[in-house]
Design a protein around this ligand. Structure first.
Ligand code: ADP
Ligand code: MG
Length: 251
């Protein structure tokens, strides 16, 4: 459902994403995990068609996004890490607006918007302006907006940021049920626990490359390590444990 071939992004001479090959089949919840600056956001933005690759291709449901961007993007919902929301729309208006971008409107959209807002405890806020929403409420609205038009593929960058534990639980259940119905979700997170709890398969991204990819069991076996994802992650991304705090605080 998502196919990346030699996907590359350079900023000047710096290579942020270095020839990534990946296939995510329909019905999979796939996770990108990696340290800050690994290239997750850059990759997701290229998949969403917001950023032009330096080289390589992105296919969504078999459609090359560079050749037919409108057809490819119509299959896709994108939840960015730093979303833009119009402050002067109400929550309900925002969801209506996003559905409209995908050519959907009417009773069905209204019903879905209502259900999504109820799911995230936003019912009482549906007719309030977004400018009065807290960060967590905005995040829940943004997440809802990706589901309102029922895209085949959802690409979501760090969805847990700003959410309280209850909202994270709801989000996880929503994601799981969505892929169970045959849709596909590609999610990035720096929260290893989240990836481990949620994803069918995981790619560990480091320095713009996929350092390892597979199910948790495969990653553990490949790394000859029976530990948690965190240990594998630290080793593959060349990260050592935090500096000795005594040195830091004595300095
Ligand atoms: N617009 C840009 N111009 C120059 N460098 C950038 C730009 N966007 C991202 N980068 C660099 O590309 C690398 C990958 O960034 P990013 O994809 O945001 O990583 P992640 O989401 O994994 O934290 C980082 O080193 C970052 O500084
Ligand atoms: Mg990022």
């Amino acid at each position: 459902m998502i196919r990346l071939t030699k996907l590359t992004k350079k900023y000047g001479t710096f290579t942020a994403v270095n020839s990534i090959d990946l296939h995510v089949p329909a019905g999979e919840l796939f996770g990108f995990v990696g340290p800050n600056g690994a290239g997750k956001t850059t990759t997701l933005r290229m998949i969403a068609g917001i950023l032009k690759p330096t080289a390589g291709t992105v296919e969504i449901a078999g459609i090359d996004i560079a050749k037919d961007p409108i057809a490819a993007k119509s299959k896709l919902g994108f939840i960015p890490d730093r979303p833009f929301i119009y402050e002067k729309l109400t929550g309900a208006e925002f969801l209506r607006f996003v559905a409209g971008l995908y050519g959907e409107q009417g009773k069905e959209v209204e019903h879905r918007a209502r259900e999504l807002m109820a799911l995230f405890d936003l019912e009482e806020w549906r007719d309030e302006l977004v400018e009065s929403y807290s960060q967590g409420m905005r995040q829940k609205l943004i997440v809802s907006s990706a589901f309102v038009h029922r895209p085949q593929v959802i690409v979501v960058d760090e969805p847990h940021v700003g959410l309280d534990p209850k909202s994270i639980k709801i989000l996880r259940e929503l994601f799981k049920e969505y892929v169970r119905r045959g849709h596909t979700i590609l999610m990035s997170t720096h929260t290893l626990d989240a990836a481990e709890a949620l994803c069918d398969r995981i790619a560990i991204i480091a320095g713009g490359k996929i350092a390892a990819c597979g199910t948790m069991d495969e990653l553990r076996a490949g790394a000859e390590n029976k530990g948690g994802l965190e240990e594998i992650f630290m080793r593959l991304t060349g990260q050592t444990a935090a500096r000795d705090l005594v040195d830091v605080l004595d300095a």
